[in-house]
Design a protein around this ligand. Structure first.
Ligand SMILES: [Zn+2]
Length: 78
């Protein structure tokens, strides 16, 4: 019958923490990620590592200086 356009689900999964989130980049309103300011250098690193969006929580953590990999500890006591 009518199989014109494939509707992509708007709900994504964050590749960093595995949590579900909604990327509003194609929404009419501004996405929540616009509230997070990332440096150009950090954005380039993210793009190299992941091809998709991250959730706002991870973006905020990264903007605050968190490690790219959530499992990797920045400071390790031996
Ligand atoms: Zn995340």
């Amino acid at each position: 019958m009518s199989g014109a356009a494939q509707v992509k689900p708007l709900d994504d999964r964050c590749p960093r923490c595995g949590g579900g989130f909604h990327c509003g980049v194609s929404d009419a309103g501004p996405c929540a990620c616009t509230t997070v300011t990332l440096s150009a250098e950090l954005q380039a690193q993210l793009r190299q590592r992941w091809s998709s969006c991250l959730c706002v929580r991870c973006l905020a953590a990264l903007a605050g200086g968190a490690a790219l990999e959530p499992g990797a500890q920045a400071t390790r006591s031996t």
